[in-house]
Ligand binder design. Structure first.
Ligand code: URA
Length: 232
């Protein structure tokens, strides 16, 4: 892949493009061990060796983040009224044009993946892939005996007039449980509980595919995933 020298260095977290331009004038940037003052130069990320202050810059095209989304933020890249999950990122990560993979409601917390890798996004969100998503759910009323059976059979959702795929249900207490679903219809978990006469009072996603929300990751915090974790 080819990329401008200043964009490459700035994307890797070494400052703004104007700062990099100034440093280039000072002779701090080298391409293939030759000082390079033209920051608009196109770099071939497979062949060229870029050094900044004599440090080798390893270029990464794709970035993968796992966030514990807090309440009050929407799963979008921009919005005129609400704060978005992108607002929670450091400038360095903002420069990668990351997008949330799937959506969580504004009042839902928990695991949200973000990436600029469209193929990865598709793998996780395509309805054909049946990626499991597990939610921790707190309810307004007591759980009834038939919920497990009803969710396994599927619930009819209107106005789409679709039946949800078999879901797995695990009771944790009188009013809390875990629910694993294999699709992601609009407000799906809340609507499934409404259909059985209950109401979700707290919702948190704890798993998506093989990605788990680490227990020590506070709301609003995120970690970067490694290439190895992604390939799994
Ligand atoms: N189901 C919901 O109802 N809300 C979410 O945010 C995710 C799943």
């Amino acid at each position: 892949m080819k990329i401008r020298l200043d964009k490459l260095i700035s994307n890797m977290g070494y400052g703004s493009r104007s700062e990099i331009k100034k440093d280039a004038k000072k002779g701090l940037i080298k391409v293939n061990d030759m000082v390079e003052k033209n920051t608009g130069k196109l770099i071939d990320t497979e062949k060229d060796l870029v050094k900044y202050n004599d440090e080798i810059i390893e270029y990464r095209q794709f970035i993968y983040l796992l966030m514990n989304k807090p309440k009050g933020y929407i799963s979008a890249t921009e919005d005129s009224y609400h704060k978005t999950v992108i607002d929670l990122l450091e400038d360095y990560h903002k420069s990668f044009n990351l997008a949330p993979i799937g959506r969580l409601d504004i009042d839902t917390e928990g695991l949200l993946l973000l990436s600029n890798d469209g193929k990865f996004n598709h793998e996780l969100t395509s309805p054909k892939k049946n990626v499991p998503k597990t939610y921790y759910v707190e309810l307004a009323r007591q759980i009834e005996d038939d919920y497990g059976k009803v969710f396994k059979k599927g619930i009819k959702l209107m106005p789409e007039n679709i039946v949800t795929k078999p879901a797995e249900f695990k009771i944790l207490s009188e009013k809390s449980c875990e629910l694993t679903i294999y699709e992601g219809k609009f407000h799906q978990v809340k609507r499934m509980f409404e259909e059985v006469g209950n109401r979700v009072t707290y919702l948190k996603r704890i798993k998506m595919g093989h990605f788990k929300l680490p227990v020590d990751l506070d709301a609003g915090e995120y970690i970067e995933l490694t290439e190895e974790e992604i390939k799994m």
